[in-house]
Design a protein around this ligand. Sequence first.
Ligand code: HQG
Length: 196
Amino acid sequence: MTDAGADRAKRADLTQISKRLSYVLRHHPGSIGAELDRAGWIAVETVLNGLGAPGRPLDRAVLEQIVADDAKGRYEFDPGRHRIRARQGHSVSVDLGLAAVRPPDVLYHGTAVRFLERIRAEGLRPMGRHHVHLSAEVSTASTVGSRRGPSAVLLVDAGAMFRDGHQFFRSANGVWLVDDVPPKYLTEYGGDVSEG
Ligand code: HQG
């Protein structure tokens, strides 16, 4: 294999491990026979054992690299680096201890065009996750929406929601979180979104 080929293979391996890490830390710690504590933490050693082969734990340096290189800052270690957790995106019940904060006046949500009709009727709901995820930038919302084919971006009147008493949280990696967004605060934004 060429050096470039070996690099690509290594990156693909790391991506695979990162996906399994996300699955364990956000959705199914039971898949490695473990549990998260209330705040979503799990012992690093448990993760290394769980993501490695039997009798051959994952190398700690590999986990450190995945956390450090993650483009979205999805994971964090505790200060002593004994425990690890996902910063947001959970479907299992955790209390991340985030304080409610005032949002910017406008936030964005990217979604699939095929979901729009239902969203117009019932607003944004957390679906499988704890919260509805919103972004401060259109570009991020657009990328998130594009994961599921033809996409649309919705503009959220976060200022009005805040004035009306909705609580907003901001995860350690900059994702805005809210329980739900009723339809009256949503406007369809940008080109590939058609009314009706
Ligand atoms: C849609 C990724 C029908 C919602 C991303 C979304 C993000 C509705 C899907 C993070 C609906 C849920 C979260 C309704 C919402 N009717 N569809 N009433 N309300 N939806 O994956 O926001 O890579 O749970 O629009 O970057 O897409 O995992 O949420 O399309 O930050 O770190 O239901 O996941 O981050 O899908 O993505 P998701 P999301 P990670």
